[in-house]
Design a protein around this ligand. Structure first.
Ligand code: ZN
Length: 314
């Protein structure tokens, strides 16, 4: 079945251990893969998701021990949002207070209740209460009850100078349709335009006139990846990007758990198109995802050297 939406979001973090503690323990996401940055194997690459790491639930990090903080600017992802069941809102507000998680007052956006918060690197995150989501199973880390667990992404919000060319790529290539407007925010969604039937079904475009230039660093989103079921669907998207939008993509890169092409969308945000296949169970069973350091075949011969330079996280 052809399914569109966000595949994963990749961000830059500070110390690896702090990142594991926040996303694994405080937010209760499952570490579904512990590997390295294939282009920089002295750096970890952590993948968090739901129980099986399905597309639309995957938040990934490159943690750097001494990273400088990023600064949000135009052409960047402003906020990354997770879905929670409506009944879990009180639990999370309480947990954020108890754990000292920096958060703001509840907001109403597009008729939904939103709880904005930050991770230890200042990354802008939010929980969005979605009615009826109780029926979608959650994964428990043993501390947070499954009923309150995060249920994958709700959306990303992109900060842009002009929404039009980015919207054209979302609608013509990536399977989104316009779903609403609220002040300076345009909402795009998949799946009959509610975007709530699948995780990662919504992208918000916020148009902001003047803003300081961005600086990538700790807490910055590096890129947003969108789903393609397989290589054929990805190739068709690449063709449309080129023919209809004049956009060139990188050659396809094998990321072991998906195959990817990358391009900078017209608003300046780095986009990726990642295949749903083969998924995170490609090199370890679902029951033990994330348990040990996994390396792609071309780096396996350097395992000893790589393990020696990676920061201790135990
Ligand atoms: Zn990616």
């Amino acid at each position: 079945m052809r399914q569109n939406g966000i595949h994963h979001v990749t961000a830059i973090a500070g110390p690896a251990r702090r990142n594991l503690d926040f996303y694994g323990r405080v937010l209760g996401l499952r570490l579904v893969k512990k590997t390295v940055n294939f282009d920089d194997p002295g750096t970890y690459h952590f993948y968090y998701g739901d129980e099986t790491g399905q597309p639309g639930t995957i938040l990934t990090f490159f943690p750097w021990e001494h990273v400088a903080a990023g600064r949000l600017g135009i052409g960047e992802t402003q906020e990354t949002r997770f879905r929670i069941p409506e009944g879990a809102l009180g639990y999370w507000m309480h947990r954020f207070v108890e754990r000292g998680v920096r958060h703001e007052a509840l907001e109403r956006r597009f008729g939904e209740t939103v709880l904005p918060f930050r991770d230890p690197d200042g990354m802008r995150l939010a929980l969005v209460a979605v009615p009826g989501l109780e029926a979608t199973p959650g994964w428990s880390n043993g501390d947070i009850p499954a009923e309150h667990a995060l249920r994958g992404f709700h959306s990303v919000g992109l900060l842009l100078r002009d929404a039009t060319p980015t919207a054209a790529v979302l609608t013509d290539v990536l399977g989104f349709a316009e779903a609403g407007r609220e002040e300076s925010v345009l909402r795009y969604a998949v799946d009959g335009a509610s975007g709530l039937a699948v995780p990662g079904g919504i992208v918000d475009l916020r148009v902001a006139g003047e803003f300081l230039p961005s600086r990538m660093g700790g807490g910055s989103v590096h890129h947003v990846a969108f789903r393609a079921a397989d290589d054929a669907v990805q190739a068709e998207m690449v063709r449309r990007l080129s023919e209809n939008h004049g956009l060139r993509v990188t050659e396809q890169k094998d990321r072991n758990y998906f195959r990817s092409v990358y391009f900078r969308e017209p608003g300046g945000v780095l986009f990726e198109i990642a295949t749903d296949e083969p998924g995170f169970a490609a090199d370890e069973p679902v029951s033990s995802l994330g348990g040990t350091l996994k390396l792609p075949r071309f780096l396996e011969g350097r395992r000893g050297e790589i393990e020696a330079v990676l920061p201790a996280i135990a």
